[in-house]
Design a protein. Structure first.
Length: 86
């Protein structure tokens, strides 16, 4: 499937949306995909978004972990113009 196919069908058929067969829990998916600490926390916060009364708390967690991941990318790449800003 090409990128054009994903755009034309909304991306619903993209292979990266398929769950591995042995993944029954979120933890299984995190381990199978070898997610980083930040990725795992973003995923868990997204999943429980509507499960806890304070949606702002989960949104702020997502922002925190996403910003931490960006800072890691910036600091590890001296060619990135934001390298010195992290």
């Amino acid at each position: 499937m090409s990128a054009d196919d994903c755009i034309s069908d909304g991306g619903d058929n993209a292979s990266y949306y398929e769950l591995p067969k042995d993944c029954n829990r979120v933890q299984d998916l995190i381990m199978e995909m070898n997610m980083s600490w930040n990725q795992a926390n973003i995923l868990k916060s997204c999943i429980r978004w509507d499960k806890k009364p304070d949606k702002e708390y989960n949104l702020l967690k997502i922002i925190f972990f996403a910003q931490d991941e960006l800072d890691r990318i910036y600091s590890s790449d001296p060619e990135n113009p934001r390298h010195d800003q992290s």
